[in-house]
Write a protein that binds this ligand. Structure first.
Ligand code: ATP
Length: 518
């Protein structure tokens, strides 16, 4: 059922021009996707909302756009050359490659499914009196399974944290995990695999000319710390925000745009006084959750997940997880990165990446709190929230099924579509085009005259257009039109001159931004 929703989102995204497989005519390139005409509009709106909520809504956050290629030493300093690895394992029979930790996580997910099944069964049995919290805390079978999960997690963390990958293989064998494709248990040893793509500069051979495609945008911010601080004369605390492409050679590339090899990130690095990082970490944790909720996402679909295994640079880390159709997964990460990055860049470059704090009369390397979210994962979250199948009355009052994307109006790809009631009446189409021309400089508007009006409405529902403006014979008499609202299907009649302010009021990003003020 839930997998069903995922399949529907994938096929809807293709059918209505949101997302296409990259190089599809050559059978596609795995885990790489292209955004179509409506996809690019939605994606741009997500990015604009994020950027404005960071830069415009905070007097002390500025933006940059740094290059994808960076000096190779950057990745040495950041730790990516030595530590940006995933543990991989091959199956000797099927020749398929897997992430060893993901095989174990999938095994855990099966135990979780067993627990949930137990709960559902009990719910049915006890009916209204069922107390789920009590049941989970006392049922022996549930408790046994929870214990099993904890044991597995401990063993996996130990193996990963100590780098003893042979113990991860032992765990896979002990759990009897088989290749999901072939059923074979004939595994190779677990090895580390670096996720960075590399390429070579044309004029320098060997290691010196080895370039990496950046695996995160953050390093472009760190190396520009002094440039930005000096040119904008920012005082600590201040932030630098950036949106840009990142590349990771993911071993397990699946789940559509959730895990891609080329993707986009929206990252903000907040530079703070050492010792104050936990205060700002808590601040950004709250702020980012507020941002997600400003989009109308149900509370039950968002949760925090504290990291047990901290990355080499962090002293605290939390994910904001969203309930995707395949379960709760990381949508955004908030990390307290200490002074790790600025310190290592200072050491390797010989340039002092420091700040003189006039309030305490001291020089120091600032600490950093980072918020990092994938544009594509956010896109998938918006689509997951928006995709709705429902029964509604059609133009003649009969019940009919529609698929509608209930995208927050401020993010919707197209804000309004102008439709002449019928297409074979020139007075109507001329008038409708006149309305369209009036609107288009102000709001993203379409004109559509093909097919019966009911079908045109459905088409606009399917791409999430908040307003359909119908030009009919009364329009010719008195310059009024009907405005149909996507979700309520309410139709209002208004004068053509009222359209621009009305649609702007309901679809402008300011309606979302104003929810973010403290
Ligand atoms: P995961 O554990 O899912 O691999 P991560 O912890 O490695 O993610 P970060 O390095 O914290 O991810 O990156 C920040 C954000 O970038 C993530 O929260 C996610 O939204 C996005 N992101 C990371 N990897 C990918 C990817 N391969 N495809 C799409 N988005 C990604």
């Amino acid at each position: 059922m839930i997998q069903d929703l995922f399949k529907k989102i994938v096929s809807h995204s293709k059918k209505y021009g949101f997302i296409f497989q990259s190089s599809e005519i050559y059978d596609g390139l795995s885990a790489v996707y292209d955004y179509g005409p409506y996809g690019v509009e939605l994606k741009n709106n997500i990015k604009e909302y994020w950027f404005k909520s960071m830069v415009r809504m905070h007097g002390n956050i500025v933006g940059i756009d740094s290059a994808i290629f960076m000096h190779p030493k950057t990745w040495k300093a950041s730790g990516h050359v030595d530590a940006f690895n995933d543990p991989l394992i091959d199956n000797k029979d099927s020749k398929k490659r897997y992430r060893a930790d993901v095989l174990v996580e999938d095994y855990i997910a099966k135990i979780e499914a067993k627990i949930n099944k137990e709960v559902t069964k009990a719910k049915k049995r006890f009916g209204e009196d069922f107390d789920e919290i009590h049941f989970r805390a006392t049922n022996q079978r549930v408790l046994n399974n929870i214990k099993k999960i904890e044991d597995i997690n401990t063993k996996m963390s130990n193996a990963l944290n100590t780098g003893k990958l042979e113990n991860l293989k032992l765990l896979i064998e002990e759990l009897g995990i088989a290749d999901p494709v072939s059923g074979s248990k004939n595994w190779t040893d677990v090895r580390q695999f670096n996720l960075m793509f590399n390429t070579q500069l044309g004029n320098i051979s060997g290691e010196e000319g080895k370039l990496y495609l950046r695996p995160e945008t953050a390093q472009g911010i760190f190396v520009n710390f002094l440039n930005v601080q000096k040119t904008t004369r920012q005082k600590i605390p201040f932030g630098i925000a950036q949106i840009g492409k990142a590349f990771r050679n993911e071993i397990v590339a699946r789940q559509f745009i959730f895990r891609m090899r080329e993707f986009e990130q929206m990252e903000m690095q907040y530079f703070v006084r050492p010792g104050e990082e936990m205060k700002w970490y808590d601040y950004w944790k709250t702020q980012r959750m507020k941002w997600h909720k400003s989009l109308g996402t149900d509370d039950s679909k968002l949760r925090y997940h504290d990291h047990d295994n901290l990355a080499h640079y962090a002293n605290a880390a939390v994910d904001i997880e969203f309930e995707f159709p395949f379960g709760f997964k990381e949508l955004e990460g908030i990390h307290s990165r200490t002074d790790f990055d600025l310190k290592s860049h200072s050491e390797l470059s010989g340039k002092k990446l420091q700040y003189f704090d006039p309030e305490i009369n001291e020089n120091y390397i600032p600490y950093v709190v980072e918020t990092s979210i994938g544009v594509d994962r956010m896109f998938l979250a918006v689509m997951t929230n928006a995709y709705t199948e429902e029964i509604v009355p059609d133009a003649s009052g009969n019940e009919s099924e529609r698929v509608v994307l209930k995208i927050p109006a401020a993010l919707a790809p197209i804000k309004a579509t102008v439709l002449p009631l019928v297409k074979n009446k020139e007075e109507l189409t001329d008038k409708a085009k006149e309305v369209f021309n009036k609107l288009k400089p102000f709001v993203n508007t379409q004109y559509d005259e093909k097919d019966a009006i009911g079908r045109r409405y459905r088409r606009q529902d399917a791409i999430g257009t908040p307003y359909c403006i119908t030009v009919d014979f009364d329009t010719l008499e008195n310059d009024t039109v009907t405005v149909r609202e996507r979700d309520s299907l309410k139709q209002d009649r208004m004068h053509i001159d009222e359209l621009v302010p009305y649609i702007q009021k309901h679809t402008d990003l300011s309606s979302l931004l104003s929810k973010l003020t403290d």
